[in-house]
Design a binder for this molecule. Structure first.
Ligand code: FES
Length: 350
């Protein structure tokens, strides 16, 4: 690996679709032709220049590779979101964008049969990776039981309304949708709360809790509430996958690693390797940046999974991790953006 390794690729906007007021879908291909490979539920990281400084933003993919759909991502226009405004207000078909690649661990299990029923909880634009997962799941296993609980303010805010209803109609009662509107008159079916999560699990559940698999995507408070409710309903942590779409907010708590000494980090990439020194307060990612090594990353807060790598020697301690599950950690997965080498030198594969 050379420190100047080019991790950037050019992609071109092939089409733009207005989904609802304030939500657009952008379809991409490589600028030199060809579809961009991806896995359902992942995101693409785009690179922007701001005052001569590189800024990265990740956008969830809404298309399905199982349907051979070219990569599309769906974005809500945020008044305080400089890049969502740029995409909504300025981007045109034919524009070339820069990406550092597709990544993310909010994906279907390798074996769909690990669960007999899938529950998807989405709020607002959190539907984006969820629809990618649902389309893919229903193609891979059409007879699987699947339920979507989709929260919005009003019916006008529902993204992919027709597409979701068509999926439900096509899958003959196996895929069911509960739309919730926080402005509804019937308060017992309005804003999602812990009691309603439990009630919906009972109403729609066709299998024992241990045979369910749940996906949750939405704002932080929504996700925390749904995850607590699921855990209180005896759905185990390893049966829950979560994706926080507001990954650019930094966790308030700063924690220090148990070992703040300097250690050597060997980074293996494409059969070549480089060794750098890393010491707190620098994370592995920061130390690599200082050494001029371009590693993949996006949020830099332990919330998106863009920087995931594998530790094949030594130990890594994370100051924050919202994406790797215990199982991933046991298999050596690490996040370079919040990871520090502890107890000695380490070797990682990127
Ligand atoms: S860059 Fe997002 S988790 Fe590390």
């Amino acid at each position: 690996m050379s420190s100047s390794a080019n991790i950037y690729q050019q992609v071109i906007i092939k089409s733009i679709k207005q989904e609802t007021a304030g939500v657009k879908t952008f379809t991409l291909s490589y600028a030199n032709g060809g579809n961009i490979p991806y896995v359902a539920g992942q995101f693409i990281t785009l690179v922007f220049q701001h005052h001569n400084k590189e800024e990265r933003r990740s956008y969830s993919i809404s298309s399905s590779p199982a349907l051979r759909e070219p990569l599309s991502f769906t974005v809500k226009r945020l008044d305080n979101g400089a890049y969502s405004r740029l995409l909504h207000d300025k981007a045109e078909v034919g524009d070339v964008l820069l990406t550092t690649d597709v990544a993310g661990l909010f994906t279907l299990p390798l074996k769909i049969n690990v669960a007999a029923q899938y529950f998807f909880f989405a709020a607002g634009i959190g539907i984006t990776p969820i629809i990618s997962l649902i389309k893919t799941l229903l193609i891979q296993k059409p007879d699987i039981e699947a339920v979507l609980v989709y929260s919005n303010r009003t019916a006008d805010d529902v993204v992919f309304f027709n597409e979701l209803n068509e999926l439900a109609a096509r899958n003959g009662g196996k895929f069911r949708i509960e739309y919730l509107y926080s402005t509804a008159f019937n308060l017992s079916r309005a804003r999602l709360n812990k009691a309603l999560v439990r009630q919906l699990l009972n109403e729609y559940g066709k299998v024992e809790r241990e045979n369910m698999y749940c996906y949750v995507c939405g704002p932080f408070d929504y996700m925390r509430m749904v995850i607590y409710a699921l855990e209180e309903s005896r759905v185990k942590d390893e049966q829950i996958r979560k994706e926080n779409f507001n990954v650019n907010e930094r966790p308030a708590m700063i924690v220090e690693p148990p070992d703040k000494g300097q250690h050597r980090v060997t980074i293996i990439h494409n059969n070549s390797s480089l060794t750098i020194n890393c010491q707190y307060p620098d994370t592995i990612l920061k130390a690599a940046k200082k050494s001029g090594i371009a590693l993949p990353y996006s949020c830099e807060t332990g919330r998106c999974g863009s920087c995931a790598a594998r530790c094949i020697e030594g130990n890594v301690w994370h100051s924050y991790n919202e994406v790797l599950m215990d199982m991933d950690l046991r298999h050596g997965s690490i996040l370079t953006c919040t990871g520090y080498p502890v107890g000695g030198d380490i070797t990682i594969e990127v």
